[in-house]
Design a protein around this ligand. Sequence first.
Ligand code: SF4
Length: 431
Amino acid sequence: MKRVFVQSFGCRASQADGAAIEAALEDESFAVVRSAASADVVVLNTCTVTASADVDTRRMIRGFHRDYPDAEILVTGCYAQRAPQELAALDGVRWVVGNTHKTQIAQLVSQGVEEYHGQIVSGDIAQETAFRATPVRGIRGDRTRPNLKIQDGCSNRCSFCIIPAVRGRSRSATAESVIEQVRNLARNYSEVVLSGINLGRWGRDLESGLRLVDLLRALLRETAIRRLRVSSVEPMDWSSELLELIARETRLAQHVHLPMQSGSDAVLKRMFRKYRTRHYATRLQLARSLMPDAAIGADVMTGFPAETDKEFRETVDFIEAQPFTYLHVFTYSERPGTHAAEQGSAVPLPVRHERTHILRELSARKQREFRSRMIGKSLSAVTLERPRTALTTNFLNVELAHGRAPNELLDIPISGVTEAGLLEANPFPIL
Ligand code: SF4
């Protein structure tokens, strides 16, 4: 039996793809192993959202080939879709499989096609109209919260983003398949995370006319899942109806993530984002007024082409004024083939990094303030595989007073904060 090691990089959708590749390999009678050292085939499921993601992938490939020269390497994912020749040229790479053919990996490897280096299996992702994914039955390793991809691709054209070119237009899993998978996962897991590339567009390509909020209602009604978390939804898709449902339903995690990218209207316009700061702020304020203790997070990008000091300052001021509890801060990276990369006016790298540093500090301060507010409250949380750790409905880690089995849903009294999370009040303190 051939042994395969799968390593995934990048976003939640990519992690979900990695789990699906593992499941498909097991169905084809491969043994999925936890270390490349014992593998006959190494599958690298890549990300290409930044130049440094590409550098990491190439470094990984060189490292695997050096350390395990007998293992065959298969590269798939977004980098494989964007620049297959670049990857096929690297020593040790036997197959390069684009996102168009990702669901055929298990068959490709088992067929043991003609023996030659750097075989490229890829097609035109723009032609994809169907949502393709191997159903996720569970998760491996030490994680407790399965990540279920229910939507792929994106039909927007944000000027910095390579994703539409490597994942194609927006496509959704059917409501029936999502309900069935969540029903199955609920037998073993307390929390399931719903993810997608542009999750708020779920259903728009289906004939049913259902929207994400309808799907959530159906999942609450028709499955026994104890907690569902919505991973990230574009700002204008956070409808009042969706926010109100999350605020009302304790089985939905009190967690609202809205990619922001910039707090400057001029930059948002150059990014081809569909909203301006005033629209964004209305969604954020509504979320906070409905859910005073919810996690509210955003992705922010620094150093977009021609971003001036003044524009960056607008972003800082906007963030200061909003009730964020955390930020994911990214440094802009030119992606060949995107509109922004062809515009010139690059912000010098040291300036980009300095701006990233400033926003990360600001995010850390907002996080600390939010965590302090939780002292004395009781928070619903799911215990994780990591010893004595739970994740709250509002996306905070809690250090538990004593060990508990993973996948329990509990109400936890909070007595303090730690360096990165919260502390459970100990009912039996050692005196
Ligand atoms: S919404 Fe914009 S940033 Fe997000 S995946 Fe689509 S094109 Fe990229």
